[in-house]
Write a protein that binds this ligand. Structure first.
Ligand SMILES: Cc1cc2nc3c(=O)[nH]c(=O)nc-3n(C[C@H](O)[C@H](O)[C@H](O)COP(=O)(O)OP(=O)(O)OC[C@H]3O[C@@H](n4cnc5c(N)ncnc54)[C@H](O)[C@@H]3O)c2cc1C
Length: 403
């Protein structure tokens, strides 16, 4: 790795690290760039007593979740087992335990990386603390990460699952969920969604080509309390699928129903402040069952809680503003499908824009101005770290910090 970085620098080329390519679009032109695929940087070590993991930068969440779960532990993973741990964590990392435990980047205890001169270094709170700070939420602009170490959560069992209601019940289901979510403890993270499953063979039979209003709930408090807490959700409509149950943490790997294989898609996202009932009305009118929208998923994920509080020693992304994290995605199998998807995504965004609280690094899938994420003092500190460790801008990343 060091030789590769030195050689690229000597040839006047940039280096862009990539694992899955899930956030490849914002990279833009890769002219004069070495695209460095990190899949070979494997290896997962879990210290059950210390409740910590050390992973190679090429590992996916699916490499860690089941092994941790077997040991009664959980990671602050996201919704898909197929996402790269490094990219996800460098951009912050929100999942299903964030209201209780915060951003994944702020549970990282050490990072190993190759920096611009080709040196392989290890950074933590005591060694190169500014670089350690920048890497936790500031993205992949500072070097090629080769390994990460992070804390795991003591969660032998959780209560979690999904309820699928007929799409026609979207309004009452999402309104009821919104009201319910406001009273939930931080141990509960929930998601309200609209889903249109495409009519393709990869989608299992009961879902293929059908539309639903979907509720997800993940409770990391005492699992025995889960049934009682979600009981009101079951009363909101006529659920046709109900998977809510006590289970080990690995049981929720597929809960969010993300596609396991790469799919061509377009997306939009925004963080929002508290949402009134009128926001759900606008959302359902814009992209709900009677709107004509064929967006595969429109989700409103509960944020707030620990995401709103900067933990001691936090990284560059200390908190996430707002109360909800929203994301909409449409499948674009052919170029002519882009225009209608863009129109539905625009309608989605317009319906929530009155409540706009900012953007989230990992959910922005196009080139954009990172001043929308970081306050000026954080951005200035990130730029100073970039200037110090990569003054020639050797490392190119999806959402670049430039010196
Ligand atoms: C199906 C799906 C579900 C998702 N769910 C969630 C979710 O629940 N929560 C969430 O927070 N995000 C989620 N995301 C977004 C995801 O976290 C980002 O797309 C993230 O950038 C993916 O990282 P990656 O390494 O897989 O992607 P890549 O495109 O390979 O990498 C993205 C960027 O990460 C940096 N990077 C990656 N590896 C390295 C490295 N070794 N060294 C230096 N820089 C590196 C680079 O800057 C690169 O441009 C989801 C994405 C998808 C596709």
């Amino acid at each position: 790795m060091s030789d590769l970085v030195r050689s690229a620098a000597a040839d006047g080329k940039r280096v862009a690290a990539q694992r899955t390519g899930h956030n490849a679009a914002p990279l833009g032109s890769l002219a004069n760039t070495v695209l460095l695929r990190t899949a070979g940087l494997g290896g997962v070590e879990i210290d059950a007593d210390a409740r910590s993991a050390r992973v190679g930068a090429g590992t996916l969440w699916g490499d860690v979740m089941p092994r941790a779960s077997d040991l009664g532990l959980a990671a602050l993973h996201g919704s898909s087992p197929n996402v790269g741990i490094a990219g996800y964590t460098l951009g912050g990392g929100v999942g299903f335990y964030h209201r209780r435990y915060g951003l994944a980047c702020n549970r990282v205890t050490a990072i190993e990386l190759v920096i611009a001169g080709g040196e392989q270094i290890r950074v933590d709170a005591a060694n190169e603390p500014d670089l350690f700070w920048a890497l936790r939420g500031g993205g992949g602009s500072f070097g090629v990460v080769t390994a990460l170490e992070f804390d795991l959560l003591p969660l032998p069992e959780i209560f979690a699952g999904v309820l699928l209601f007929p799409a026609q019940e979207a309004s009452q289901v999402l309104q009821g969920w919104l009201e319910w979510s406001a009273g939930m403890p931080e141990e509960m993270t929930s998601v309200g969604r609209l889903m249109n499953f495409p009519p393709v063979p990869e989608v299992p039979d009961p879902l293929r080509g059908k539309s639903f209003a979907v509720l997800e709930a993940i409770y990391c408090g005492d699992p025995a309390d889960g049934e009682g807490l979600v009981a009101p959700l079951r009363e909101l409509g006529n659920a046709v699928i109900d998977t809510m149950a006590i289970q080990p943490p690995a049981g929720i790997a597929e809960l969010h129903m993300d596609p396991p294989a790469p799919v061509p898609y377009a997306s939009e996202s925004l963080l929002t402040h508290d949402l009134p009932a009128a926001a759900i009305d606008s959302l359902v009118e814009a992209v709900g069952p009677y709107s004509g929208s064929q967006l595969a998923s429109v989700e409103v994920r509960q944020g707030g809680g620990a995401l709103s509080r900067a933990p001691q020693g936090a990284g560059a992304l200390a908190t996430l503003p707002g109360s909800f994290i929203t994301f909409a995605v449409g499948v674009v199998p052919a170029p002519e499908a882009m225009a209608p998807n863009r129109a539905w995504l625009g309608a989605f965004k317009a319906s929530l824009e009155p409540y706009d609280a900012g953007r989230y690094f990992n959910f922005v899938e196009e080139s954009f101005d990172i001043t929308q994420i970081f306050p000026p003092d954080v951005l200035e500190r990130l730029r100073q770290v970039k200037l110090r460790y990569d003054p020639e801008n050797l490392f190119h990343s999806n959402h670049p910090v430039t010196g």
